[in-house]
Design a protein around this ligand. Structure first.
Ligand SMILES: [Zn+2]
Length: 152
């Protein structure tokens, strides 16, 4: 089984079960993050598969807070939707939204066995040769995306 997710700044969330019996891939832009996509994913599973503690999560390269300026209104919506999350985690600097951190918070709260976060920013991380490493919608890519996939 192979599943993939296509992104250009949004957070690709790859999941696998501890017993190796299943994998999944989620696409978490700010909308999916706000709508608690991880929680919805576990709710959508049949009972025997739906225990988050049986799953590991990996968050792939995506736009990090430093590069993700949003409206003040959107920041306020996130702070209202996630009152149990430190507001400085949601907005580490003024009007910069940390979508990765909000997803990590959701996954941890659900109780997944582990969460790994890829450190690269899709907008600004460059190769040793000085070229941008990833496709980034915010940086201007309109027709290219990157694939993240997981197989079992
Ligand atoms: Zn960046």
């Amino acid at each position: 089984m192979k599943v993939n997710v296509v992104t250009a700044d949004c957070v690709p969330i790859l999941l696998y079960r501890t017993d190796g019996k299943a994998v999944a891939a989620l696409h978490a832009g700010w909308r999916g993050t706000y709508a608690r996509i991880s929680e919805r994913f576990f709710q959508s599973l049949p009972e025997e598969w739906s225990h988050p503690g049986d799953w590991h999560a990996m968050l792939g390269p995506s736009i990090k807070a430093d590069c993700y300026e949003v409206s003040e209104e959107l920041i306020l919506r996130f702070k209202a939707e996630f009152p149990d999350l430190d507001p400085h985690v949601i907005e580490p600097t003024y009007r910069r939204l940390d979508v990765t951190a909000v997803n990590e918070h959701q996954l941890r709260k659900l109780g997944v066995a582990s969460t790994e976060i890829h450190p690269d920013c899709s907008r600004c991380t460059q190769t040793a040769a000085g070229e941008f490493k990833y496709c980034s919608y915010r940086r201007g890519d309109r027709h290219s995306r990157q694939f993240s996939w997981i197989t079992r």
